[in-house]
Design a protein around this ligand. Sequence first.
Ligand code: FCB
Length: 468
Amino acid sequence: MPSTVPSSVGRSAESVSLRFPTGFVWGAATASFQIEGATTVDGRTDSIWDEFCRRPGAVANGDTGEPAADHYRRFRDDVALMSTLGLGAYRFSVAWPRVRPSGGPENERGLDFYDRLVDRLLAAGISPWATLYHWDLPQALEDSGGWASRDTAFRFAEYAESVVRRLGDRVAGWQTLNEPWCSAFAGYASGRHAPGVTSPSAAVAAVHHLLLGHGLAMERIRSFAPDVPAGITLNLFPVRAASPADEDAARRVDGLQNRVFLDPVLRGAYPADVLDDLTPYGLPALVRDGDLSVIGAPIDLLGVNYYRALLVAAPVDPDPAPTEWVGVEGVRFLLSGRPRTDVGWEVQPDGLTDLLVRLHDEYPRLPLYITENGAAYPDVLGEDGVVRDNDRIAYVDGHLRAAHAAIRHGVDLRGYFCWSLLDNLEWAEGYAKRFGLVHVDFETQRRTVKESARWYAGVIAQGGLAAE
Ligand code: FCB
């Protein structure tokens, strides 16, 4: 078990001058496939990620969903750990192949796990925030077309109903999907993620069917947990053109990354320019009467995952390799010279302020939550048992200041979930890329609270940060 975390990190409450609003939700996030392990236990069947991990070369080092952070077996200790950090909320995701293995009938034992987790969280005074889909589609549903098939949206709604019926009385906030951009474009266009398909038109079909699945799942949430706030989590990026000649590429990237999801959900329509850009890939033909009113039905909150901004330059001759950038093949992403994290992402906290202010200014207003933000660094567990991850502290500190700046601008930001509670399987990057506040030794499953976690616990205890 971790050592005790101090309730303050050396600053008195009086020195806190960047105070977050009363009731601000302080949390940490994880996702089922990245931490649970136990992939063949209690009736769980394969997800697309189990299958993808078996594909030679698909995941770094041949890493798989075993053992991950063995959270399925260690969730009680992990909740105790969250308590020592003073987390107010925990965002986890539910594994579809545990709840409806192979996309078929409900599996009580799978639901029981989340039932126990939620009760444990509540007993510890931590609000459970559940995400219904963080990328682990049952492989059997992929075999019958996956998200490229319209039917998957309806299967998702059935699964959502199973979860919401069981947990709806106790979950504090629902997210339907996590980052549908990744599911659609990394999953079906570049094939960098499961299911590893490389078809631009399948990716565009996946966009629409994921959005439809979101809308249909919202209907089930409304029916079975009408009082619980619910929404979707998108990975959004400020997009800047490197020069005036790059404006069209930047518009297209913004369209594919941000507006193709934001506009249908928040305005009930695809943006006209994105519909045009994606006509060669079949988007208009996918949209049936009534779909957009399902997709655009009101949500209570928007989850924002923010890691960095994009600086875009016009395409050069497209590399023949499959790309995520459907319709803007060959587009270039430039570096702006900022420090980079261990996954190569530039540290750009000001982009978070810009993004939140844009959402506030351009879209119908609704409560915003940062449902993910954090950084991978090559952490070292010292012989003294300490992980001195000052770079991660600086990253989170900078982004919290940026979030606070947005709040001062008037943005209705209500919470922050750090990615991630635990080191975990960073998808195709495997276990080598560590995003955790808590270090996990994947051989022994020993948890070590990093210095960043101690620091974050202090921020939570004080409700904010000292002025710089
Ligand atoms: C996001 C994912 C999350 C994690 C972080 C680093 O795109 O939602 O699972 O991998 O990136």
